[in-house]
Design a protein around this ligand. Structure first.
Ligand code: ADQ
Length: 753
């Protein structure tokens, strides 16, 4: 039994299939439990939860109304919610798109994807049905845990319906490397679909890494500590290697029933050694190459024809998908050919069972095998390998395992092989058959420790606990909506003196492709002038920009200007620039050379000279290439200035090199000194604005714009919302209607215009 855990209390599961399949036999409704690892693992979660489990209950098209009603009632008593799919939907969403397109592509078998996939629209429509069905659970505050590649759009669809929902997603198959994933015509929709979740889980850390790489390349999503920062939300990713119900396999292996079967198999084998393969009949599992490797092994060791037997069990699978029909014939022919050439008068080397076998038969085979051959071409995890290990109470038997199965990350004591290397696998078979008893035991003991340490119940618990944690962390900063903006404006208007410190790019105007495109629109000038007219308010622009451009844009608006991150200050009264601190000079030419060299290597990158600092902008560059250059530049600058008189600061798609000790916090410190007792508000979108936030007095208000991780407790989604807030504040302070914001850019703040 799984451990009881309150973490599972309100979990609703959404999976393509329900854990039971409905059918009518002999005029009576029958429900058959699914036996797979997924059903077992999630079954424990469902038992301990008050939540529902949503999924397809199998083909109901031929079922009478009365049987359907009975089915709904029976399922409802178990909190199972059937999603009824028409035959055409199953053909297009499940067989056509999920199994026809996503399955081969995500397993790197590009040539198996159909030439023309017109099934996408049904995939979208069916995903929407699942999302709608999950909506009530999300609204009641359940954790919604969506499973696998058939439902990759559900997280975003559900998020759109219920923005506050807590949504987890687990992918049971590999997430392919970027160069394979990018082949998918619907790659953006799939990534955006997954990003609706709070937590996206994979079997291995390399799948998680591939996902993040695709996000960086295709959506330019910022990644911090394996979290993706997207649309004001933090999407966690992580590796959650799935295990099996170890105790159950151990109990089965020890049962008299299984022992009897082992005896029967052993008696029939006599002195022969047994190799076993167990798979769904799927082209990802590597069965043809495994058979060829076995054939090669027999060719290399002809005497083995008499002394080994290879039992390959293949459960029929996905017969509705065209590729699988062809594949079935290929395997049949291969088995026939190999047996035709290698059988002797007393032995037929390959026994091929194309059918489902009972759990007892399965465990008996695991227990009787000398060698278990698990050689998928790609496999998300592969539970068969773990089931074999769990069934070996005698601590004997050798596991040959493909390096392309997720399980290889954990089961390093298996004989790890490359399934494409036929000779290598043939040699591994010989090595396994001749391995000494001590080595077999040592390896198996280590494998057993690993399999027992991470059961399927641990997997579920770890995932759900991480989802809880992701939700808690996601709640740390508060995104201001219309009413919250109004409340904030009221609160600020009460202050006898108010100081606003505003970043410029990304805060007052949108981020543009290059800095010179981000000029202020006339309405911004009007808005700032209206604010600056209030005698109770002191208005500052604190920017990384150079002096000239800030003065040209804002010199006539009555604002205080802070250029180059607080290094220079310009006052509306003095109308001159004054350096805020002493700083080194003469360093620029050498550093400029470095930055220009990096810009030449990186398409889209440009260098900006700001006067006393230099900036390397890379918004138009490939994000990953730019990352590498940024890394290199930081190292080169540090090498040229080992005394630390220069600093390299990462902003939003810009690396700044500037004198040490210059940061936007200097502006805040100066203002606090000059306006004791004033209420301070700092608003910014960029990493460099964190220095302002950190320097604020305790009653200061820090507002982060966008989705970057920030110490600010309040957030606004974009510069439009900042404008909305400022307009509302101008109205409140002056009693006059504030100038409306730019045409075509409606403010989401409480602006009635
Ligand atoms: P599958 O591709 O189905 O799962 P796998 O993990 O090996 O692959 O699970 C197969 C299950 O079917 C095992 O529990 C096994 O016992 C059972 N089975 C196989 N052959 C059988 C037979 N002939 N008779 C009876 N039972 C049989 C997908 C991914 C995997 C991932 C799992 C779980 O493709 O990589 O490990 O999901 O996430």
């Amino acid at each position: 039994m799984p451990e009881r855990s309150s973490a599972f209390a309100g979990v609703t599961i959404v999976s393509n299939r329900l854990p039971v399949t409905a059918a009518v036999r002999g005029g009576r409704l029958r429900l058959q439990r699914s036996a797979g690892g997924l059903a077992t693992g999630l079954g424990g979660v469902h038992e301990q939860s008050s939540g529902a489990w949503l999924g397809w209950p199998g083909d109901l098209s031929a079922m009478s109304e009365a049987h359907r009603a009975e089915l709904h009632d029976t399922l409802a008593t178990n909190r199972l919610v059937p999603i009824d799919l028409t035959r055409q939907e199953v053909e297009r969403y499940y067989e056509g798109f999920s199994n026809g397109v996503i399955w081969p592509l995500f397993h790197y078998l590009v040539e198996r994807t159909p030439l023309d996939a017109s099934t996408w629209s049904t995939y979208v429509a069916v995903n929407r049905r699942f999302a709608e069905a999950a909506r009530p659970a999300a609204r009641r505050g359940d954790l919604v845990w969506v499973q696998d590649y058939q439902l990759m759009l559900v997280p975003a669809m559900l998020r759109e319906m219920e923005p506050e929902a807590t949504i987890g997603f687990f992918l049971h198959i590999p997430f392919p490397s970027f160069d394979v994933f990018r082949l998918l015509p619907w790659r953006l929709a799939v990534l955006e679909g997954l990003l609706g979740a709070d937590l996206v889980g994979f079997h291995t850390s390399s799948y998680a890494r591939h996902f993040l790489t695709s996000l960086r390349h295709l959506l330019d999503v910022e990644v911090a500590d394996s979290d993706a920062l997207y649309h004001g939300r933090r999407v966690r990713t992580g590796a959650f290697p799935m295990g099996i119900d170890t105790a159950r396999f151990e109990t089965l292996a020890a049962s008299p029933e299984v022992q009897r079967r082992v005896d029967v198999i052993s008696a029939d084998l006599g002195t022969r050694q047994l190799l076993v393969g167990v798979d769904r009949l799927d082209y990802t599992k590597g069965i043809p190459r495994r058979l060829l490797a076995f054939e090669r092994f027999l060719a290399k060791h002809p005497k083995r024809r008499e002394t080994v037997r290879f039992i390959q069990v293949a459960v029929p699978s996905r017969d509705g998908v065209a590729e699988y029909g062809k594949f079935k014939r290929t395997v049949n022919e291969l088995v026939g050919r190999i047996n035709g050439t290698t059988s002797t008068m007393t032995n037929v080397p390959v026994h091929y069972l194309h059918r489902q076998v009972s759990e007892q038969e399965l465990v008996a085979l695991y227990a009787a095998a000398s060698v278990m051959v698990v050689t998928p071409l790609r496999d998300g995890m592969n539970l068969v390998a773990k089931e074999f290990v769990a069934s070996r109470l005698d601590e004997d038997g050798v596991l040959i395992l493909s390096e392309f199965a997720g399980a290889a990350d954990e089961l390093g004591d298996a004989l790890i092989v490359n399934p494409y290397d036929i000779d290598g696998v043939a040699d591994a078979i010989e090595q396994a058959l001749t391995m000494g008893a001590d080595e077999r035991r040592t390896r198996m003991q280590s494998l057993r420790r690993r399999v027992r340490a991470r059961t399927v119940h641990d997997w579920a618990r770890r995932f759900v606990e991480s989802l809880h944690a992701a939700r808690e962390r996601g709640r740390q900063s508060h995104v201001l909506d219309g009413p919250a903006v109004t409340a904030l404006v009221e609160e600020l208007a009460e202050a006898p003196r108010l100081v606003l410190l505003l970043d410029y790019d990304g805060t007052l105007v949108p981020i543009e492709a290059t800095p010179d495109l981000a000029t202020p629109d006339p309405s911004l000038g009007d808005l700032l002038r209206a604010l600056a007219a209030s005698p109770r308010l002191s208005l500052h622009i604190v920017s990384g920009r150079g002096r000239d451009v800030l003065e040209t844009w804002f010199g006539g608006t009555g604002l205080t200007l802070w250029a180059e991150h607080g290094l220079w200050r310009w006052g509306p009264d003095t109308k001159t620039w004054r350096a805020n601190i002493e700083h080194p000079r003469g360093w620029k030419p050498d550093i400029a050379e470095l930055l220009h060299a990096a810009a030449e290597r990186t398409a889209g990158a440009v260098v900006e000279d700001k006067g006393d600092s230099l900036a390397w902008h890379y918004r138009l560059s490939d994000p990953l290439q730019a990352d590498t250059e940024v890394h290199r530049l930081r190292r080169e600058v540090a090498e040229q200035h080992p005394d630390g008189d220069l600093e390299t600061i990462l902003g939003s798609k810009v690396l700044e090199v500037r004198p040490h000790g210059v940061h936007k916090g200097l502006a805040v410190t100066a203002v606090v000194h000059e306006w004791p007792g004033a209420r301070l508000v700092a608003i910014g979108d960029d990493r460099t604005d964190e220095d302002m936030f950190a320097a604020l007095p305790p009653d200061g208000v820090a507002v982060c714009v966008g989705n970057r991780p920030s110490a600010a407790r309040l957030r606004l989604a974009s510069h439009r919302d900042v404008r909305g807030l400022l307009e509302a504040l101008a109205r409140r302070l002056t009693g006059q209607p504030a100038p409306a914001t730019r045409d075509g850019e409606p403010s989401s703040g409480p602006n009635p215009h």
